[in-house]
Design a protein around this ligand. Structure first.
Ligand code: FMN
Length: 209
């Protein structure tokens, strides 16, 4: 059993999303002692830019055309990153809210790995998923709060949930989510309370993952 653990906060020990996914993983290790956890921190991974060269390598890769040395190295890195998704039986993602969405480094990872015939298919008419991952668990950490009857209703302000869509798009059958709101804007004490509540809930959810 392999679990891909994607961290997208750069805040290490200060991160709310990592604090919650970490207790989830500890509890999951107890429920499933054989699990191999592959942690991919998008800030530490030295992700290549998805620039003109990478796009060129991608088309050469798809068309099986010869690549120069640096294109080949880029394409290898893309394939190696995609393989970590293909090999995962479970996926866990910690997602900080940044500007009502998610950090650009997480989008960089998505743009690198989300390649036709690696994570999805397209026949000119329809998309098809290529992963056969039964479950993912996503923690959404937010400094503010997003109740519907507040000035920042989730229906207008929550653009983190693209991550749910994307995981289903590539073939994750069931995406379970935990929202941990109010991690910073209500002050340190309230934030710590919210994180502790999130951790309690995460431990419960790990038993059935
Ligand atoms: C660049 C940046 C942008 C942020 N934008 C928002 C935001 O739009 N809404 C919000 O509620 N919190 C926002 N926050 C606060 C974070 O969502 C909050 O600190 C959360 O706990 C981040 O997750 P982490 O602790 O795992 O890093 C932002 C923080 C940063 C650093």
């Amino acid at each position: 059993m392999r679990l891909l653990n994607i961290e997208s906060s750069p805040r290490g020990s200060k991160s709310a999303s990592i604090a919650v996914t970490s207790v989830f993983l500890d509890a999951y290790r107890q429920a499933c002692p054989g699990v191999v956890i592959d942690t991919l921190n998008v800030w530490e991974e030295k992700l290549p830019d998805f620039d003109q060269e990478a796009i060129g390598a991608k088309y050469k890769g798809i068309n099986k055309e010869p690549m120069d040395e640096s294109e080949a190295a880029l394409w290898d890195k893309i394939q190696e990153l995609a393989a970590r998704f293909q090999q995962a039986d479970r996926i866990v993602v910690g997602v900080p809210m940044w500007n009502f969405a998610y950090p650009y480094k997480l989008k960089q990872l998505i743009d690198l790995v989300c390649q036709r015939n690696m994570l999805f298919t397209y026949d000119g008419n329809e998309y098809g998923p290529l992963l056969k991952t039964p479950r993912a668990f996503v923690v959404y950490a937010r400094g503010g709060t997003y109740m519907e009857d507040s000035p920042t209703p989730a229906s207008l302000f929550d653009h983190q949930k693209y991550i749910d869509f994307w995981l289903k798009f590539i073939g994750v059958e069931e995406v379970r989510t935990l929202v941990v709101e109010g991690t910073t804007w209500g002050g340190k004490e309230k934030g710590e309370e919210r994180i502790a509540l999130g951790q309690k809930e995460a431990i419960k959810l790990a038993a059935e993952f």
